[in-house]
Design a protein around this ligand. Structure first.
Ligand SMILES: *Cc1c(COP(=O)(O)O)cnc(C)c1O
Length: 358
């Protein structure tokens, strides 16, 4: 995984360093307005990372003890950790294996009168089924915080993910297609939430200069925002290149015992990762064989109810309730996908996989 940072981006960042305005300069505002313009949102806030954006969203919603928040059982642990941080109860729903996203058919039965929010994840940059999720949200009056950490630039039809829910959260960690080292972006629908998020991001100061809330320091630096401003205009090209790579994996990996990710007709996946799932328990041996052949692969995300903290606290049996999440966690593998991946290197990867998993 090689981040797509070019000399011009570095130069932009260095300029900020030379200027001495390291935080709260012009770069953060520039990126926020560019993001609003692109995503079609009214309010956007850059923050220190993707996790802090989701934390801000839950605090702004007033979610706390006694409340429940629904999250997919398979995601990066941060999606559930933020629910625990505000002392609410994490309620897991299994995923579907074709898109590794929350199984929308299982959401309603997880809803109680304590359910305050759902955090659908656009896992690996594959859009979740937002039309079904927004219908459920409306029917039960539940807030939606989209975890679009992997999905900057992904679309459902013509609408960008991260612009459907009350909040949309993005991450700019180096594992994501656009990066500032650490960084996050929160889109906000309601203006009342927006002023709260803005204040909570910076120690609780409101626009009148009063400390109105006990806030956090979740700001990003201006030299990090400069890196994002540099990459911003290349986001679509990056996705186009990744789409071609994904298409080749899709067409040329032939084994019937591998589940490949889907791209629904009309959608644009951002292809954060190309995550395959083996139907048999051969993941680790395949991973080792690939490494011997010089091919670095990685694991995707976690079956969160199986992680120690969640296992100890909730004692949920994933072999019964979260069979797909468990399968994705134990048999999932992320293949190389980034714009600097050479064609002959991808040929080699595809050849090896077809040989190892006929
Ligand atoms: C990367 C990621 C996060 C966390 O983002 P950070 O910027 O590392 O805090 C949260 N959720 C998902 C699905 C992610 O992939």
């Amino acid at each position: 995984m090689i981040p797509d940072i070019i000399d011009a981006d570095i130069e932009r960042s260095v300029e900020v360093l030379r200027s001495g305005m390291l935080v709260q300069g012009t770069q953060v505002n520039e990126f926020e307005s560019k993001a609003n313009h692109k995503l079609g949102t009214e309010f956007s806030f850059l923050t220190s990372n993707g996790t802090s954006t989701m934390h801000l969203a839950l605090v702004a919603l007033g979610i706390g003890e006694g409340d429940e928040v629904i999250v997919p059982a398979f995601s990066y642990v941060a999606t559930a950790n933020v629910v625990e941080l505000v002392k609410a109860k994490t309620v897991f729903v299994d995923i579907s294996l074709t898109d590794c996203n929350i199984d929308v058919n299982q959401i309603e039965r997880a809803i109680t009168e304590r359910t305050k929010a759902i955090i659908p994840v656009h896992e690996f940059g594959v859009p979740a089924n937002m039309s079904s999720i927004m219908k459920i949200a409306k029917k039960y009056n539940i807030a939606i915080v989209e975890d679009a950490a992997c999905a900057f630039g992904a679309k459902i039809g013509t609408q960008f993910v991260g612009s459907f829910g009350d909040f949309g959260s993005f991450s700019f960690h180096p594992r994501k297609a656009m990066t500032s080292g650490e960084g996050g972006l929160l889109t906000v629908k309601k203006s009342s939430h927006a002023s709260l998020v803005k204040g909570l991001r910076s120690h609780g100061w409101n626009d009148q200069g009063e400390c109105e809330w006990a806030g956090f320091n979740y700001r990003i630096t201006d030299f990090q925002a400069a890196l994002l401003n540099g990459q911003f205009s290349r986001n679509e090209d990056e996705i186009a290149i990744r789409s071609k790579i994904a298409q080749r994996y899709h067409d040329e990996i032939t084994s019937q015992s591998i589940i490949k990710p889907v791209q629904e007709i009309g959608n644009t996946n951002s292809w954060q990762s190309y995550h395959i799932i083996f139907k048999e328990s051969i993941r680790d041996s395949v991973k080792n064989e690939l490494l011997t052949a010089g091919i670095q692969t990685s694991y995707g995300a976690q079956c969160i109810p199986m992680m120690k903290y969640y296992k100890d606290k909730y004692r949920l049996d994933s072999t019964v309730a979260y069979t797909n999440a468990k399968k994705a966690y134990e048999n999932g593998l992320v293949l190389p996908i980034y714009s600097r991946l050479k064609k002959e290197d991808q040929d080699h990867i595809i050849r090896m996989i077809n040989k190892l998993v006929p």
